[in-house]
Design a protein around this ligand. Structure first.
Ligand code: ZN
Ligand code: ZN
Length: 156
């Protein structure tokens, strides 16, 4: 494990129709961003991937995450898709106060998120807040074990 962030440098620019689709996600917890960075480990195989929107709130009994995945060479070609993906079930230090969920999707390429550090610098404030809320709810799938000094629960 490294204290340095070594996440992928891939980035995606969302198209207008994609942003429109994301805006229809029920209880969408995140401000939509026109550009996001890949959350996978640097040098990973396969498509890039980033959380694009979260569905939650009273109208959504089972919160879910919409991911954007796109090919490295043909960003707007086939293989680019918005889809709901299950969370990677892997948890570091499970059962301990310091436990930390992977934060990526099930079956992702590369190492687990906690093995190379969550790319907090590339996450939007809404995403951090949302992940913090999940942690407080006891959800083990996406909790990041964030340092409270980071003030990520502001406005939660
Ligand atoms: Zn990537
Ligand atoms: Zn994982």
């Amino acid at each position: 494990m490294s204290i340095y962030r070594v996440h992928c440098a891939g980035r995606v620019l969302f198209l207008a129709d994609e942003l429109a689709e994301l805006s229809r996600v029920p209880g969408g917890g995140c401000r939509l961003e026109p550009m996001l960075w890949c959350e996978l480990e640097s040098g990973h195989e396969g498509r890039h991937g980033v959380k694009a929107q979260f569905a939650g709130g009273p109208a959504v009994p089972d919160p879910y995450t919409v991911w954007m995945r796109w090919p490295d060479q043909d960003e707007y070609g086939t293989g680019r898709e918005l889809s709901v993906l299950a969370a990677c079930p892997s948890v570091f230090l499970a059962g301990h106060t310091e436990e930390e969920g992977c934060g990526l999707y099930r079956g992702h390429p590369g190492r687990h998120g906690y093995e190379f550090g969550p790319p907090l610098a590339t996450m939007t404030p809404d995403m951090r807040m949302w992940l913090g809320r999940l942690r407080d709810d006891g959800d083990l799938g996406l909790g990041l074990g964030l340092n409270p000094d980071l003030g990520l629960d502001d406005d939660a």
